[in-house]
Design a protein around this ligand. Sequence first.
Ligand code: SF4
Ligand code: SF4
Length: 379
Amino acid sequence: MQYNQFGTLGKTSRLGFGMMRLPCLEDGSVDEERAVRMIRRGIDGGINYVDTAYPYHGGMSEKVVGRALKDGYREKTFLTTKLPCWKVESRRDMDTLLDEQLKRLDVPCVDMYLLHALNGERYEKMKELGCQDFFEHALKDGRVRHVGFSFHDSHESFRKILLDYDAWEMCQVQYNYLDDEYQAGREGIRLAEERKVPVVIMEPLRGGALAKVPSDVQAAMDARAEKRSPAEWAFRFAGNPTGVKVVLSGMSDEKALEENLDIFDRVFPGNLTAEEDAFCMELKRIFLARRPVMCTACRYCQPCPQGVRIPEIFAAVNRAVMLDRREDFERSYAALAREEGDASRCVGCGTCEAACPQGLDIIELLRKADERVLTGGRA
Ligand code: SF4
Ligand code: SF4
């Protein structure tokens, strides 16, 4: 296991144990005994950074983590959890939620406390409700040792949030070789490093899609002299920037845990050469070339008089085909249908095609999306 200095927090393992994908029983509940065993094995194997949050596993994650960290394991770890900002309507709610989380975890304090899933609008609301005053009090009374935020929004919002508050001690962002320019992106990580704010990476495998890759991506990896698994390429990419201190992975079984413990002997800042970084961008190009619809998401076709959410439908098609995950399309498309934005509502008026700068045959593409022709059949 590789370790590095994480601001004033201490020396953290490069691999962090994410607690949103714990092993589950057939009824969907967390397999507690197995999860506790796995968490302790991870810590014995060198992991000392544990990341949970209020909503993971319907609230069970924090309880299971609390159990796993008994018997001396709490002292061996840095424990992070997150304030569910969407549940906060007043300054008082912040204290109530933190106290509830400490109770679930059965600890008097957490090492790192984050505002969960910030975007520009949510941050403004939290500020108005007094999150900075809350942080000052929670730090002073010892319930929280350090504060930060996790983030999902545009690069511009990231910049604003990061520069707005001098007391941030970490930020958690989505980063992998498909998303190197998405949300905070490479630039955001560089900016955080410049501001001396340690970065924690989430979604390094993009929900598992970069661990089991399509055959053309695998063939490009196989042609290389160095033999690395798809997961190792993805983890090395995520852990490469010098500003990154921890790469989180949600590990649902013992095999993934052991593989990750092995890989993270080799993940450290600068673990990719410039040529290897360029190879990861080549992998991204192979993924992107798999997309069947060349929609740029410019939204000139919107709004459709029938409410058809054209860019969202095409994005769902492209994502599913690019990552070889048809079941993801079914989920996204069902959600669009519930919101009355699916392709079956199209009456063929042609307004969208006249507006599309890419000259796409939108009506035909929508029909093919609805009939699952583009995604190769129903999942
Ligand atoms: S052709 Fe279909 S999708 Fe396009 S604007 Fe008309 S109804 Fe909407
Ligand atoms: S106008 Fe064309 S390229 Fe732009 S979002 Fe609509 S379908 Fe995509």
